[in-house]
Design a protein around this ligand. Structure first.
Ligand code: PHE
Length: 342
C-alpha cells in the first residue's frame, strides 16, 4: 500500500508538470483527488487495515496528500499569472442576457381584483397563514365537534401557542380574516383579504393542498343578498371583461345564513364537461352568504343593528378559468415553461 501511495504521487506530480491550463488541472484533480478519484479510493481502503498499519500508512498518506495539495496550489498560481497576460476581452461577443423575474399568475390576478375592489371602496387586508383554531373555526360558528370540520381537513401544528394550548392550524380558508377585521375595524366595514390556504387533499387536476382564496366582507345597515349578487357580478365582469354566465345554488357554510354557491360556466370546455369542472360544465367559484349573527357577535358587532355578506372567492380556480389552465398543480409546480407565459 505504501508503494501504491508513492506511485500515485509520482504520477500526479509528473502529469502536473505538463499542464498548461485550468481545465486540464481540474481534470487531473478530479481524476485523482475527486470523490471517486484514485487517491481517494486508496484513502478509503485504509479503514480495512490493522490499527498499527492504519497509523503508519495513514501518516504517509496525509503527508502525500499535503504535498499534492501544495503542488496544485503552486500550479494554479503559475497558471493565474500566465492567463493574465493573455487576458483578452472580445467586446463583439453577445452579452449575457439578464433574466428578469415577473409576477406569478395568482399575484397578477390578486392585484387586478384588489383594484376592482378598491374602486368599490373596499379595504385590502391581510391575515396570518398559521392561524388559531379560534379564528379559523370556532368564531366562524364551527365548534370542535361540528361535522363541517371534515371538509376542512388540514395541517395542525404540534407546537403549543403562547398560552400553551395546541390550537395552531394552517388556515383552511381566508374566512379567518373576517373575525380579525371585525374586531379591528368594527362596523360599517368593507374589505377583501387574499392569500394562501391549506387543506389535506388528494391531489388531482382540480385539487391542491395549497391554493389561494380571496375573502370579501361588507357589513352595514340594510345589507341584503341582492347587494352580494351585484358585487359578485361586478367583480366577474371586471376580471373576464364581459358578462359571465352564472348560476346561484343554495350552499351550506356554518358562518353564513343563508349560504349560496355561485358557479360560472366552465371556460375550459364551454359547459360540455371536462376534468377541470368534474364533467359538470360548471365551476364552483364563489361560495358566499349573509354573515351569521353568531359570527358578528364573535367579531364584536351588534347583530341587531348590522348585517352583512361575505364571500370566499377561489382565486386559483378563477385563474384557471381566466387563463384556460386545465391542471391546478401547475401553479405550485415552479415550472418556468408554464410561469414564463404570464
Ligand atoms: N370559507 C369558505 C370555504 O373556503 C367559503 C366561504 C366564504 C363561504 C365566505 C361563505 C362565505 O369553503
Amino acid at each position: 500500500m505504501e508503494k501504491e501511495i508513492l506511485k500515485i504521487k509520482e504520477e500526479i506530480l509528473s502529469q502536473a508538470k505538463k499542464i498548461k491550463d485550468f481545465k486540464l488541472l481540474r481534470d487531473l484533480e478530479t481524476k485523482y483527488m475527486g470523490r471517486k478519484g484514485e487517491f481517494t479510493k486508496v484513502l478509503r481502503s485504509l479503514s480495512a487495515l490493522s490499527a498499527e498499519d492504519k497509523k503508519k500508512i495513514g501518516r504517509l498518506a496525509n503527508t502525500v496528500k499535503q504535498e499534492i495539495a501544495s503542488a496544485f496550489i503552486e500550479l494554479k498560481n503559475t497558471l493565474d499569472g500566465s492567463e493574465k497576460e493573455s487576458d483578452f476581452v472580445d467586446v463583439t461577443l453577445p452579452g449575457k442576457k439578464q433574466e428578469r423575474g415577473h409576477k406569478h399568475p395568482i399575484s397578477i390576478l390578486t392585484g387586478d381584483l384588489e383594484d376592482i375592489f378598491t374602486s368599490m371602496g373596499f379595504m385590502v387586508l391581510d391575515g396570518p397563514e398559521l392561524e388559531s383554531d379560534f379564528f379559523n373555526f370556532e368564531a366562524l360558528n364551527i365548534p370542535k365537534t361540528h361535522p363541517a370540520r371534515d371538509m376542512h381537513d388540514t395541517f395542525y401544528i404540534d407546537k403549543p401557542n403562547k398560552n400553551n394550548e395546541l390550537d395552531l392550524v394552517m388556515r383552511t380558508h381566508t374566512s379567518s380574516v373576517q373575525i380579525r377585521a371585525m374586531r379591528e375595524y368594527g362596523a360599517p366595514l368593507k374589505c377583501v383579504a387574499a392569500g394562501r390556504v391549506f387543506r389535506n387533499e388528494a391531489l388531482d387536476a382540480c385539487h391542491e393542498h395549497t391554493f389561494d382564496q380571496m375573502e370579501g366582507l361588507k357589513i352595514g345597515e340594510d345589507i341584503s343578498i341582492s347587494n352580494l349578487i351585484a358585487v359578485m357580478r361586478e367583480l366577474l365582469k371586471g376580471i373576464f371583461k364581459k358578462d359571465m354566465e352564472v348560476r346561484v345554488r343554495p350552499g351550506y357554510f356554518p358562518f353564513v345564513e343563508p349560504g349560496i354557491e355561485l358557479d360560472i360556466k366552465c371556460t375550459i370546455c364551454g359547459g360540455s364537461g371536462c376534468p377541470s369542472c368534474k364533467n359538470s360544465g360548471w365551476l364552483e367559484l364563489l361560495p358566499a352568504g349573509m354573515i351569521h349573527p353568531n359570527v358578528l357577535k364573535y367579531g364584536g358587532i351588534d347583530s341587531e343593528k348590522y348585517s352583512g355578506f361575505a364571500f370566499g372567492l377561489g382565486l386559483t380556480r378563477l385563474a384557471m378559468m381566466k387563463y384556460g389552465i386545465d391542471d391546478i398543480r401547475l401553479f405550485n409546480g415552479s415550472d418556468m415553461r408554464f410561469l414564463s407565459q404570464f
